[in-house]
Write a protein that binds this ligand. Structure first.
Ligand SMILES: N[C@@H](CC(=O)c1ccccc1NC=O)C(=O)O
Length: 248
C-alpha cells in the first residue's frame, strides 16, 4: 500500500504496509522496562467480591485492570505539562500525527563521569537537515533496552547546549531511547526539558518529547516519515506508539 506525500516543495513515497514500530510495549511483568524507583506495571483481572474478570476463572470476558506510570514503564510522549505548574495535556497539545523525521545514532561522550549528548555531535550528524521530528538512537544499542531497570543507573542525557540547538533547528518532536533527556538526579533542574520547551520565553506548547523508544539496528539512520500518536489520556504524558516509514 504505497502513498505519495507532498510536503513543502517535494514529493515523498512511502509504503504504508511496511511500518517500523519504534515503541516499547508495556507488560505486567518484572522484566518490563522501568525507571524512577517505582514497582513494575500490573495487568490483572478486575475483582469484586466473588467476581474475577478472567475467562479462565469463570467470567464471560477478560476484564483486566491496568496500573502503570507513563514516565516509568514504556514508550511515552510528554508535553510541557511535565514541568509546568499549570496543567497541560499531551492529548490536547499534539494536533498533528505525521512528520518528516531524521533518525541519527550517537555514542554519548563522557563528561565529568556522565554520558552526555553534545551540540557538536548533533551538528555533525544533522548537517543542513531541518526535520520536524528527530529520533536519537544511543550506542550501544542492545536489546536489553527493552527490559532495563534504570533506577539509580545515571543513564546518558542531553546537554542544555545540545537541546538549545535542537530548539533553534525548530525540531518540534524529539524521540530518545532513554528514560529522560535530563540527568537522573539533577535536583529538579531539568535544563534540557526547559531548553526544549523554551520554558523561560514563549513556551512551545505543541512540542513533544518521546522517551523510551527502541530503534533496532535494522533501521538505518536517515530520513523517514513518522506517525506519532498517544493514547488519549488528558495528562502531561501518555503511552505512545511512534511508527516510522522509510522514504523510498
Ligand atoms: N531529574 C529530576 C527527576 C526527573 O527528571 C523525573 C522524575 C520522575 C519522573 C520523570 C522524570 N524525568 C523524566 O523525564 C530530579 O532529580 O528531580
Amino acid at each position: 500500500m504505497k502513498t505519495t506525500i507532498s510536503y513543502k516543495t517535494k514529493e515523498y513515497h512511502i509504503d504504508l504496509s511496511k511500518p517500523l514500530d519504534i515503541s516499547i510495549a508495556v507488560s505486567g511483568t518484572k522484566e518490563n522496562v522501568n525507571a524512577w524507583y517505582i514497582d513494575a506495571p500490573k495487568i490483572s483481572p478486575h475483582t469484586d467480591g466473588d467476581f474475577i474478570g478472567s475467562i479462565s476463572a469463570g467470567s464471560s470476558t477478560n476484564f483486566y485492570d491496568i496500573w502503570f506510570n507513563p514516565h516509568s514503564h514504556g514508550t511515552h510522549t510528554e508535553c510541557v505539562g511535565h514541568i509546568s505548574e499549570v496543567h497541560q495535556s499531551i492529548n490536547r497539545n499534539l494536533h498533528q500525527f505525521f512528520f518528516l523525521a531524521e533518525v541519527i545514532t550517537i555514542a554519548p561522550s563522557e563528561e565529568n563521569g556522565d554520558l552526555v549528548i553534545t551540540k557538536n555531535q548533533l551538528k555533525k550528524l544533522l548537517e543542513d537537515k531541518v526535520p520536524k521530528a528527530l529520533v536519537i538512537r544511543t550506542m550501544p544499542n542492545s536489546e536489553t533496552k527493552l527490559n532495563r531497570q534504570y533506577s539509580n543507573t545515571n543513564p546518558p542525557y542531553i546537554l542544555e547546549e545540545a537541546m538549545d540547538y535542537i530548539k533553534e533547528l525548530d525540531v518540534e518532536h524529539l524521540l530518545v531511547d532513554l528514560p529522560s533527556v535530563d540527568k537522573e538526579k539533577d535536583d529538579g533542574q531539568l535544563l534540557a526539558h526547559k531548553a526544549f520547551w523554551n520554558f523561560s520565553g514563549e513556551v512551545r506548547l505543541s512540542a513533544t518529547i518521546t522517551e523510551f523508544i527502541y530503534v533496532k539496528d535494522a533501521i538505518a539512520d536517515g530520513s523517514y516519515f513518522l506517525n506519532l500518536q498517544v493514547a488519549p489520556f488528558e495528562n502531561d504524558a501518555s503511552p505512545s506508539r511512534p511508527v516510522l516509514y522509510k522514504i523510498e
